[in-house]
Design a protein around this ligand. Structure first.
Ligand code: HGY
Ligand code: MN
Ligand code: MN
Length: 411
């Protein structure tokens, strides 16, 4: 069995075909969760899984589980997967690789006529990126018992659509209860989204854990006014206030060693008109650090900095925490299995820590969980230029195959 290898070309072709759904002019993919493009990607994934003989179920959060039966289905499944949704200007590999690597394992086992003892589940987690509904990995958090279904289903996007109504609209509001089924282990394959593996010349990252993350929504209220008639000293300009806050937050990040990462990625201005003084500005904050205590102190300091700026400019402020993910340590047994399998297959590997968040960070609180990273070019991700090499993607999938086989057993 040790000589079993995935079909690199088939994996690559599946990634390229999936990448055509929501392809952007810049060579990337823009496929936001719960849009018609997401539905098309889901439909393609479901079709492929059914063609591969899987039984497909969808839960209340729209998570898709493709099950390859084992010879002893009393055993809990060994699960792998990731997410098919992308950033607005994302790439072909972030998340999608983990989902299609799982499908490639099913296809490879079919070709080899191998039946595992435990079933294998390949999952597509809904809305890992959290672009539309404010915080990421909501659906795997619900599955892992970290978030109530209604708390997630009632989240709204900027147009006031709720998560739940958008799931219904695309036909993926499943009838399976969202609060998880027993899982023997969860292993997620993902591109590193950083430059370390490539710089060190390693093909496999044995992921030890992931840094903590706190996200916020900041609402700054001033007063609309005429851009031509209201003197500068009489203005309560919400956007100028927000700009000062964003600059202060950025400077705050450099005051801590090692640096946290603080990103303001989304900003809405009302009424967003050239000749009206902005009355309201709403922006997001994504803050991350490997130490939970530093992250908590940072939250305090960011709130104080915004408060002070608002007070000095006669602006009203609302500083709301939207999500909080503590640092995560993956399961020692999964980590050793990934490391030993990479060694046994003769693939260069190293231990690594994840700067990015993943669905695996939620599953780690529910079942023994591990992650396998493969390099991406120059570490570029959340960018249309995101690239990965077929041979690296196949190597990661081979490690995933043998780790899953070891866990699931062969009948
Ligand atoms: O934000 C993240 O870390 C993930 O890539 N969605
Ligand atoms: Mn991802
Ligand atoms: Mn991502």
């Amino acid at each position: 069995m040790n000589n079993l290898r995935v079909n690199s070309e088939r994996l690559w072709d599946s990634l390229m075909e999936m990448g055509r759904i929501g392809a952007t002019a810049g060579g990337g993919v823009g496929r936001l969760a719960l849009t018609d493009l997401d539905r098309q990607a889901r439909d393609l994934f479901v079709r492929w899984c059914e063609q591969a003989g899987c039984v497909v179920r969808v839960d209340r959060m729209g998570n898709i589980f493709a099950r390859r039966q084992g010879s002893d289905d009393t055993r809990p499944p060994v699960m792998t997967g990731s997410h098919l949704d992308t950033q607005p200007l994302g790439g072909k590999f972030d998340g999608i690789y983990g989902v299609l690597a799982g499908l490639e394992i099913v296809r490879t086992l079919n070709d080899a006529g191998v039946r595992t003892l435990a079933p294998i589940d390949v999952v597509n987690w809904t809305d890992e990126e959290g672009v539309r509904f404010g915080s990421g990995t909501l659906a795997s958090a619900v599955f892992s018992g970290l978030c109530e279904p209604d708390d997630a289903l009632t989240r709204t996007d900027l147009d006031g659509n709720t998560f739940g109504t958008e799931l219904e609209r695309i036909g993926y509001a499943g009838n399976v209860a969202a609060n998880g089924h027993p899982v023997a282990a969860f292993i997620e394959a993902h591109i590193e989204q950083g430059p370390i593996l490539e710089a060190k010349g390693k093909t496999i990252g044995v992921v030890l854990g992931a840094q903590g993350q706190r996200c916020f929504r900041v609402t700054v209220d001033g007063e609309e006014g005429h851009a031509g008639t209201l003197p500068m000293e009489k203005r309560r300009d919400a956007l100028v206030g927000a700009a000062r806050m964003i600059d202060a937050l950025n400077r705050l990040a450099f005051e801590h060693k090692p640096h946290p990462v603080i990103t303001v990625g989304a900003l809405q201005v009302r009424p967003n008109s050239r000749n009206t003084i902005p009355g309201r500005a709403v922006f997001s904050i994504d803050s991350r650090h490997p130490d939970n205590a530093v992250l908590a102190t940072l939250a305090e300091r960011m709130s104080q900095a915004c408060d002070e700026i608002a007070g000095n400019a006669d602006l009203a402020l609302k500083f709301e925490q939207i999500s909080h993910r503590a640092t995560v340590a993956f399961d020692d047994g999964c980590i050793s299995a990934i490391r030993d399998t990479a060694s046994r297959l003769g693939i260069a590997h190293m231990d690594i820590y994840s700067g990015a968040g993943h669905d695996a960070c939620n599953l780690a609180r529910y079942t023994p969980t591990g992650m396998i990273f493969v390099p991406c070019e120059k570490g570029i991700s959340h960018n249309e230029k995101e690239k990965a090499l077929p041979q690296d993607l196949a190597a990661g999938c081979d490690v995933l195959l043998h780790v899953m086989l070891e866990r699931a057993g062969i009948s």
